[in-house]
Design a protein around this ligand. Structure first.
Ligand code: GLC
Length: 443
């Protein structure tokens, strides 16, 4: 099958979160299974890669990089000639971009049997796919970002026919909503875990789109396909950023090394590698710090919400048991997975989550909220799961962990169970292939 993925970020060329990782690993696995895979994303000015120019017109160009048997295509429009990834005018930028995507690929001779769009930035491409009769699948990685803008100003940006300017199509409470456009016009909707696929049909998690999702679910057109993990990039046995290990003795050497590197005392280490966002429950971690730091060292790697950044930075200044490192640092990320005793993931919602899978394989039990993909991937006999999105519930799970930590043999046995867990992409990739066939994709 000739499958075209469309997304706003792709590792290693552009990344703000887990979406980018999926856009590297899933296409590579589909290619390995014998399919012809193209990934289309924007040609950002500071892309971490150097595409070969494939096609150009006066204002638009298309570049190509081949990697892992996958053809990565980068489409540049004038609005993308600036630094960074996301900006305040993204609804306009991605509307014009999405309008051009399929016509440009056609001119460049790229043929597609199935279109697979990811998140709101691909919503318009999926909508155009429907108008052109291309079978499609749309995957929700994060329902909170929907690509909304006052429809009176924005509808013209889409280039769509006028009859689509209705609540039955791309309108939502007076706004253009590109996520909704994708949800209504794709042949099938998926999200990245079975539990989250259920959750988003409820008011609590539906972000206002629950009735659209309920309808598609009732038609059998909503399902959950769990993400895999790039198990070569995240393998404690071969990891060049740490002291590679295959057992708990090796793990302890990494804990000692991290303790020394960061100048931490003897208390156990709780780490967190995350965007600093309310979604991830970082405010819950923050509010629990006065109690947590009585028993744990806490190391947080990540940036995001300026208010949370400032709060963690100020904690790090005041408390010898708190460290906060801004931004993304690949080496340090690996060391935090390998060198912490436990991993914090108090997410308010979590479509899938990748960190908990990494932490499990690095024998670092997750302390995680029982929601979305965390429910589906963290075994109850390894991690410590809690229900309420409150500091109290999180602290209760942490004290359960402390109780086990007091018996090192019991802890080691528990943590080691995570190391052989298999989060490979093959199963999920085969599930997507079955869905591509269902929507009418023919190879
Ligand atoms: C988004 C979600 C996260 C998921 C990732 C990849 O970042 O918040 O839960 O793992 O997409 O699907």
């Amino acid at each position: 099958m000739r499958i075209l993925h469309v997304a706003s970020e792709v590792y290693p060329y552009s990344r703000t979160g887990g979406l980018a990782d999926v856009m590297a690993a899933l296409p590579a696995e589909l290619a390995r299974l014998g399919h012809q895979i193209t990934v289309l994303s924007p040609w950002y000015e500071d892309l971490a890669g150097d595409p070969r120019e494939l096609w150009r017109s006066r204002r638009v160009r298309l570049g190509e990089i081949m990697r892992d048997g996958v053809r990565f295509l980068f489409l540049e429009t004038p609005d993308f000639k600036r630094g960074g990834i996301y900006h305040d005018d993204d609804v306009r930028r991605f509307s014009l971009w999405g309008q051009l995507a399929l016509p440009v690929l056609e001119e460049a001779g790229v043929e597609t049997d199935v279109l697979h769009g990811h998140d709101w930035a691909a919503g318009l491409v999926v909508t155009y796919g429907k108008l052109r009769g291309v079978p499609s699948v749309f995957t929700i990685h994060n329902l909170q970002y929907q690509g909304r803008w006052n429809i009176r100003d924005s509808f013209a940006w889409t280039g769509l026919p006028e009859w689509m300017e209705t609540p039955q199509q791309v309108e939502f409470n007076g706004d253009l909503n590109l996520m909704k456009a994708g949800l209504l016009n794709a042949g099938h909707i998926t999200t990245v875990s079975p539990t989250y696929a259920q959750e988003i049909t409820t008011r609590e998690y539906g972000e206002g789109l629950e009735s659209v999702l309920q309808r598609r679910q009732a038609q059998g057109q909503l399902s959950g396909v769990i993400n895999g993990l790039d198990q070569e990039r995240w393998n404690p046995r071969t990891d060049g950023h740490v002291q590679p290990y295959a057992d708990m003795a090796g793990k302890q050497a990494n804990v000692a090394a991290l303790r020394a590197e960061l100048g931490l005392d003897d208390a156990p280490i709780l780490s967190c590698v995350s965007r600093l966002a309310e979604q991830k429950g970082l405010d819950i971690l923050l509010d629990a710090l006065p109690e947590i730091t009585q028993h744990w060292n806490v190391v947080v790697l990540g940036s995001g919400d300026p208010r949370l950044e400032a709060a963690f930075a100020s904690w790090a200044e005041r408390s010898p048991r708190v460290r906060h490192i801004m931004g993304m640092n690949e080496t340090l990320a690996h060391r935090l997975y390998a060198g912490a005793d436990a991993f914090a993931m108090p997410s308010r919602f979590e479509p899938c989550g990748l960190s908990q899978m990494i932490a499990l394989r690095y024998a670092t039990p997750p302390i995680a909220r029982r929601t979305g993909g965390l429910t589906d991937t963290v075994p109850e006999d390894i991690g410590f799961l809690f229900d309420d999105a409150t500091p109290q519930a999180f602290l209760a799970a942490l004290s359960d962990a402390q109780a086990v930590l007091a018996d090192p043999a019991a802890w080691n046995q528990r943590a080691a169970r995570g190391m052989p867990l298999d989060f490979s992409w093959e199963g999920p990739a085969r599930e997507y292939l079955a869905i591509y066939e269902r929507v009418g994709g023919k190879g």
